[in-house]
Design a protein around this ligand. Structure first.
Ligand SMILES: NC(=O)c1ccc[n+]([C@@H]2O[C@H](COP(=O)([O-])OP(=O)(O)OC[C@H]3O[C@@H](n4cnc5c(N)ncnc54)[C@H](O)[C@@H]3O)[C@@H](O)[C@H]2O)c1
Length: 410
């Protein structure tokens, strides 16, 4: 028997913010032109880095024109999510909205409430649940073969270079200009915990502070910019911007123009060339969060800034077995003695060139599939779920600022 599957129609999207994330999602249209078309891009600086028939300098101009499209991708800085999200939902677009939904809990709730009222889909950029690796963990837990989750110990090793880049010098260094690190960096992890356990989180507490990136740790004689620092100090500084952006390659993927001239300019003229001990950072460089979920499962999440690699490691203890994940492979220990060491099975391994272990493209693909199914219940459920991770993250930050007080969630 031949099965005819209805091909989802082609969707049209507008991108607001053509930076690293905007390009990552827009690349899906290049790889799958039959499924997605980018019909316009708004960005004051980088718009033309994404091919499209229309460009605007600012998101407001774009939304005021009401371009014909199904989806608005909001991939601008954190402080530019709330207002465009509300306007786009009001105008009837579905949203691919980068996390955080907004830097305040009230605004996050308002955006999700508006989406539910307008019956629009909001997919938040929680890309990890769309990766084959984390999806495989979910499949093992859902199969019930190792019983129920009892506790999770999870570490997000941020990588020392990424912490200096994003949370000391860059866009997420100051919580008043962007969001607290536990929201910006770890809403992904809270999304995973809530998804794996499948029950709401009830209690949260948290501790964390700035250990390294403080003015008093600055070496005597160091300058305020790496390009002006005495050579003997710069040479011995592991945080040197000259090393991070000019000599080494591991952060260049974040920039549209990676030419040697652009990287020199970056170090000489922008915040990325500042001495790490002289930035206006206020977000912790390490933070721990404890959670208790309905039914008693507990989770300990460690955000560690000072690690060699940028990787997540996980240990999930269940009633009949344990999963130990190193970010690539999973060791599934069954207490009946039938242990297995497994990578992600072939059926789940979708080879696509996107970052985040394939999660970026899988998220877009999942969104297009949901739109083509057009199931109002699914749309409402997925949209409402996006809030869960943020509620945990905001509670964690409140707890940290109140000396670790336990916050109850209702
Ligand atoms: N899901 C993830 O894993 C993940 C990873 C990194 C960043 N993010 C989030 O994605 C968002 C974007 O981050 P990024 O790393 O792409 O930043 P980015 O700086 O590379 O890109 C942001 C873009 O927005 C543009 N922009 C600024 N003001 C604008 C305006 N008024 N109108 C239109 N465009 C405007 C900027 O010019 C820039 O090109 C942030 O909210 C961030 O927290 C998510």
């Amino acid at each position: 028997m031949r099965i005819f599957s209805a091909r989802p129609r082609k969707y049209k999207a507008i991108v607001l913010g053509a930076g690293y994330r905007g390009r990552a999602y827009a690349d899906y249209a290049k790889a799958h032109p039959g499924e997605l078309e980018i019909v316009g891009v708004a960005d004051p600086e980088n718009a033309r880095s994404i091919p499209a028939p229309r460009y605007w300098k600012d998101w407001r101009e774009c939304l005021a024109d009401r371009p014909e499209a199904d989806i608005v991708m909001i991939t601008m800085p954190d402080s530019l999510h709330y207002e465009p999200a509300l306007l786009a939902l009001e105008a009837g677009y579905h949203l691919l909205l980068e996390k955080p939904i907004s830097p305040t809990e009230e605004q996050c709730r308002e955006v999700i409430a508006k989406a539910l009222e307008k019956k629009r889909l909001v997919i938040v950029g929680h890309v990890l649940r769309y990766t084959p690796y984390f999806g495989h963990i979910k499949a093992i837990l859902d199969s019930g073969e190792i019983g129920e989750v009892v506790s999770i110990a999870h570490q997000e090793s941020a990588g020392f270079f990424k912490v200096a880049h994003s949370y000391c010098r860059g866009n997420w260094a100051n919580s008043k200009k962007s969001s607290p690190i536990i929201i910006a960096k770890c809403s992904h992890d809270f999304d995973l915990f809530a998804w794996w356990i499948g029950k709401p989180c009830r209690k949260v507490n948290s501790f964390g502070s700035i250990k390294v990136f403080r003015p008093e740790n600055k070496p005597a004689g160091a300058a305020t910019r790496c390009s002006e620092c005495p050579a003997h100090i710069e040479r011995n500084c592991i945080w040197s911007a000259i090393k991070m952006y000019i000599k080494y390659d591991n952060l260049k993927y974040l920039f549209a123009d990676r030419s040697p001239e652009a990287m020199e300019r970056l170090v000489r003229e922008t915040e990325y060339g500042k001495c790490v001990y002289n930035c206006d950072n206020d977000v912790p460089d390490h933070q721990t969060v404890n959670m208790e979920f309905e039914g008693g499962a507990t989770v300990c999440h460690v955000m560690a800034g000072f690690t060699e690699r940028n990787v997540r490691t996980t240990r999930i203890s269940c009633t009949r077995g344990e999963i130990v994940g190193n970010g690539k492979t999973l060791h599934i220990c069954r207490f009946d003695g039938n242990d297995v060491e497994t990578g992600v099975p072939l059926v789940l391994r979708v080879s696509n060139p996107s970052r985040h272990g394939g999660g970026d493209f899988n998220l877009v693909a999942a969104m297009l599939r949901m739109l083509s199914r057009d199931n109002p219940q699914e749309i409402a459920q997925v949209t409402a779920q996006a809030l869960e991770s943020h509620v945990i993250a905001f509670a964690a930050e409140r707890s940290r600022l109140e000396g670790g007080r336990t916050i109850e969630l209702h």
